[in-house]
Design a protein around this ligand. Structure first.
Ligand SMILES: [Zn+2]
Length: 286
């Protein structure tokens, strides 16, 4: 077994390998070799790990956001009636929270209605700009009560203005399909922004939480895939929730695996194994 240029023997019983190795802090490639066969894994060593306290979150739909949702319905469906437009607003607001709940399933992050010291607030705002959302990056998750933003106006602008870049969406899609598309997109961004406030993804070696080896402004690092091909498994063009926005495909935003056609079942983005391991236990001190 080789780590950082030092090699030790392991006792092998069946598929069980046993040895003692000293890991440096941060990221290491651990390579196991028997004869000419070998396999590698990436390990990240953190210190002072402790259970993350239970976290709650709530979604707040700000004034003006319903009008943005109406504009999305009118601009992405074929001649929707007034009642279809209203049903779209109700449907998206109903479904979006469950997308966030699903993203954090098994990670002790649950939905609540009211603010509190352990509550992260996600505001859905009518804002429009060059981003889909924003959140404070909280290295080490030092504060539980924080606020994220999802900019529904940006989604409206991109969806209506560049509709063809959102394939497999088609204007002939059903109301229910479009409700799911937009709830997936808004819920994914909400989960992503809350992820930043829980401490994902530290970047910049030598800086706080740099051991996470994020890049592109605190996101899953595509460069790591090139550095450790086949074993990094941290970046997937938007299939992972904390992938960078500019490297996330629009079809991944709406939980469609392919751009060319609708899949039989949706493929929602999820936290990569490293991110979900982190969410289960974070370092208390950056
Ligand atoms: Zn981000």
């Amino acid at each position: 077994v080789t780590v950082a240029n030092s090699t030790v023997n392991a006792t092998v019983t069946g598929s069980n390998w046993q040895t003692q190795i000293t890991l440096p802090n941060g990221l290491s490639e651990v390579r196991a070799r028997q004869g000419t066969a070998s396999a590698s894994i990436l390990l990240t060593l953190g210190t002072g790990l402790q259970s993350r306290p239970p976290q709650r979150f709530r979604l707040v739909w700000e004034a003006g956001v319903d009008d943005e949702l109406r504009a999305i319905a009118r601009g992405t469906l074929q001649n929707p009636t007034a009642s279809t437009v209203e049903a779209f607003v109700v449907g998206v607001r109903q479904l979006t929270p469950s997308v966030v709940v699903r993203a954090y399933n098994g990670i002790n992050v649950t939905e609540t209605a009211n603010d509190g010291p352990d509550v992260h607030t996600i505001q859905l705002r009518p804002s429009q700009g060059t981003i889909f959302g924003q959140s404070p990056f909280d290295c080490g998750n030092l504060a539980q009560q924080q606020t994220s933003e999802v900019w529904v106006g940006t989604y409206r602008s991109e969806l209506v203005g560049s509709f063809t870049s959102w394939q497999p969406m088609e204007k002939t899609d059903s109301l229910q399909t479009r409700i799911e598309d937009i709830a997936e997109a808004l819920g994914r961004t909400a989960a992503h922004e809350m992820g930043h406030s829980l401490g994902l993804v530290g970047s910049g070696l030598g800086q706080g939480c740099g051991y996470m080896r994020g890049c592109d402004g605190g996101h899953n690092c595509s460069n790591l895939e090139e550095q450790f091909p086949g074993i990094s498994n941290r970046f997937r063009f938007g299939q992972y929730i904390m992938d960078p926005g500019e490297k996330t495909s629009n079809n991944a935003r709406i939980a469609e695996p392919l751009r060319g056609s609708r899949a039989l079942v949706r493929a929602p983005a999820f936290f990569n194994p490293f991110n979900s391991s982190y969410l289960a236990a974070v370092e208390p001190v950056p």
